[in-house]
Design a protein around this ligand. Structure first.
Ligand SMILES: [Zn+2]
Length: 270
């Protein structure tokens, strides 16, 4: 499943391909739904709208126009590409008056497309529960420290809770906790201020490195140029149970925590 760095890459890639500044002519829907039905009157509402910018919020892409946000989630296998030839699993084609076409392909159809009136964005059912962006100034050690006092939930679970901070998925949480030398099972309320500082620094660094590396190709993710990301080659603990810790040489452990495989070094993470 694409995580924040992959979605950020899709945003950067699409933003550089000349679509921004173009006017929508229609939206062609090749089926009735993806994860949920497509909104009624989608094409009619978007026709004539100018694409002002492409944003990312958590793992959603937001195509901003004068009156709307066209919201897209890639689900498990979704991808956007410039239309050259029709492919199996193409479900949506955005047509621009210039003749440019942008197509959404999604073999497993867990993706999502919705349209939100601009003033309704914060109240949108997809976005209203989301916590702070990890690369924003709002995500800082004061925030982690203040929000975790007295909590018994493992810090890894807290970091992965999208209501607290978005986009820190399983891989990035494991890697950041290793880098910050914090054991994933530690109760969130026991995190010290210095550890909160280290977690913020490491989460930002790891996400930024993953963005620069083009994301992590796991299963079906490709960016919109069809290229594979290569950040997965840099994982230090994720999926390395039984291997030597790259810092101290102890054997790395793994355990399922809150339904997700978790990897850590019991010697240097406390
Ligand atoms: Zn170690």
């Amino acid at each position: 499943m694409p995580e924040l760095p992959e979605v950020e890459n899709v945003k950067l890639s699409l933003s550089s391909q000349g679509y921004v500044g173009q006017q929508f002519s229609k939206i062609e829907l090749l089926r009735k739904d993806l994860r949920v039905p497509f909104p009624r009157g989608l094409s009619k509402r978007m026709a004539g709208e100018l694409l002002i910018a492409i944003h990312r919020r958590a793992k959603y892409l937001l195509f901003e126009t004068e009156h709307f946000y066209l919201l897209s989630h890639l689900g498990m296998t979704g991808s956007w590409r410039s239309f050259d030839q029709a492919l199996k699993h193409d479900h949506v084609i955005l047509h621009f008056t210039s003749g440019y076409r942008l197509v959404f392909n999604d073999p497993r159809r867990f993706g999502l497309l919705d349209v939100i009136a601009k003033e309704q964005l914060a109240k949108s059912r997809w976005l209203k529960h989301l916590g702070v962006e990890p690369l924003s100034a709002e995500f800082n050690s004061e925030y982690i420290f203040a929000k975790t006092r007295r909590l018994k939930v493992p810090i890894k679970g807290w970091l992965m809770d999208q209501r607290r901070v978005v986009g820190v998925g399983n891989i990035y949480a494991s890697e950041a906790l290793f880098a910050a030398k914090v054991k994933p099972t530690r109760p969130a309320g026991k995190i010290t201020r210095a550890e909160a500082d280290a977690l913020v620094v490491e989460i930002r660094r790891i996400l930024q490195e993953a963005i620069e590396a083009g994301g992590s190709t796991i299963r079906d993710y490709r960016n919109s140029h069809g290229a594979e990301g290569n950040f997965q080659k840099r994982f230090l603990v994720y999926d390395r149970a039984g291997e030597a810790c790259p810092r101290c040489g102890a054997r790395l452990r793994s355990k399922v925590i809150a339904g997700r495989n978790t990897f850590w070094c019991a010697h240097c993470q406390v």
